[in-house]
Design a protein around this ligand. Structure first.
Ligand code: 5CA
Ligand code: ZN
Length: 413
């Protein structure tokens, strides 16, 4: 039930696998899996922009009367997290716990509706082990010996992508681009003993100094990256999910690999109906990234007293698919806009009905979450201020205020 009169349409979303706008839901229930953070540093504006995009989808679904099932993962053990903890001399668990908490606080401050199911890798390990065991049995996975390992060690486990003819159907990259991206984004194309250069790690056998868990027939070790999202998705949601999402830097190899694993585990040919990818926010000329360190942290902005609604408005001032550069000017503009909106929408001066503006916001969001157009619709209504005398009977702003709150997540008071 919407808190504003009427109902929105089910959004059409750009499916990055097909390159077309497609309905984001087909029934009364819609499901969404979004990759979560690797908690080794605080939430930066790039993360925030990505999670805000999916939040807008969730809000639009709700406004269309759809029941939402939203699952998100949390990479609470992985190489970058362990490396960071080693460098800073912290316990990796303490680092993960503190940064996960900070992420949740930051998201709450930005009024991002939390996922229904939030699952970490560590708590999912028993299911991941069972999944990898099945994949070994079915011939989709194979063992690769570990150099210098003590006799009797079982080795690492890799996926044999040649067993999946549908692999790479979401991105259709040429082999050179695929190889380059795989190497850049956590892959190991040159690992001796692999059948294919792109074959990804499913289970990493225990190494000295690294955390490890009981892997039953796999031996002690820890999961590879892509299998975690496949297993969490299958655990929490019915397949196919409507939307699989994350930043565009995850399209390859991460989403292709986890989709392949999910296909092998479930037998569902297309485990995600749509893939939705957000653009990359950059800062100082490069993608804002934990590994480069060119970050603007949400919690630091909040500590400085920046209004979270202004951060939100600044980030959704760009369409979610756009790659753009944060300069700080967006925040200045958003703060000014917020003041103006508050002043006019909260006033009791004579004003045209806001029904037209609300319809425009809904139409814009239904069209691939077009927030710049939605914001322009509010600006337009605000600009129609007729400057008359206060009159309590013509308080047209109340519905618009609720629409901005429910659909854009921006609070005016
Ligand atoms: N834990 C994995 C996914 S399983 C991971 O990529 N974690 S992350 O912390 O590196 O990123 C979390 C999300 O933020 C991902 O969807 C990623 O694509 C997105 N993201 C990271 N940097 C940016 C950026 N500069 N702009 C927009 N989104 C970003
Ligand atoms: Zn993921």
């Amino acid at each position: 039930m919407s808190v504003i009169p009427g109902q929105g349409d089910i959004p059409r979303i750009f499916n990055s696998a097909s390159g077309r706008l497609e309905p984001s839901a087909t029934g009364e229930v819609a499901s969404l899996y979004v990759c979560g953070i690797t908690p080794y540093d605080a939430t930066h504006l790039g993360h925030a922009a990505t999670y805000l995009a999916f939040d807008l989808l969730v809000r639009a679904w709700r406004d269309a009367g759809i029941t939402v099932r939203y699952a998100q993962g949390l990479t609470d053990v992985d190489d970058p997290l362990l490396e960071r903890a080693t460098i800073t001399g912290q316990d990796w668990r303490a680092l993960a716990t503190s940064q996960t908490q900070l992420y949740r606080t930051d998201m709450a401050a930005l009024r991002v509706i939390p996922p229904d199911f939030y699952r970490g890798v560590i708590e999912t390990i028993p299911h991941i082990v069972a999944g990898v065991e099945r994949l070994l049995d079915s011939g989709y996975a194979y063992r690769v010996p570990v150099e210098d390992a003590p006799p009797g060690t079982l080795g690492d486990v890799y996926a044999d992508l040649s067993a999946d003819p549908a692999f790479a159907s979401q991105t259709r990259l040429d082999p050179f681009a695929a190889d380059r991206l795989f190497a850049e984004r956590g892959g190991d194309p040159d690992r001796p003993g692999k059948r294919g250069r792109l074959d990804p790690l499913l289970w990493r056998a225990e190494r000295p100094g690294e955390p490890s868990w009981d892997g039953r027939t796999l031996g002690r070790g820890r999961p590879g990256w892509h299998i975690e999202c496949a297993v969490i998705t299958a655990d929490q949601l019915d397949l196919p999910v409507d939307v699989q999402g994350g930043g565009s830097d995850l399209a390859f190899p991460h989403h292709e690999m986890s989709t392949s694993h999910l296909r092998a585990l479930s037998g569902v040919e297309r485990p995600a109906r749509l893939t939705m990818h957000t653009g990359m926010l950059s800062f100082g000329g490069q993608k804002m990234s934990k590994s480069l360190g060119n970050l603007v942290f949400v919690n630091q902005m909040l500590e400085r007293g920046v209004n979270p609604s202004a951060i939100r408005l600044a980030l959704i001032g760009h369409h979610y698919r756009e790659d753009w550069e944060w300069t700080g000017q967006e925040l200045v503009k958003a703060e000014a806009r917020l003041v103006k909106w508050r002043e006019v929408i909260g006033s009791v001066k004579p004003h045209p009905s806001s029904a037209g503006a609300i319809a425009k916001i809904r139409a814009a969001l239904a069209n691939d979450l077009d927030t710049p157009t939605a914001i322009a619709a509010v600006d337009e209504w605000v600009g129609q201020d007729q400057g008359g005398r206060p009159d309590r009977t013509t308080y047209a702003g109340a519905d618009l205020r609720r629409a901005i709150d429910a659909l854009l997540g921006v609070k005016l008071y």
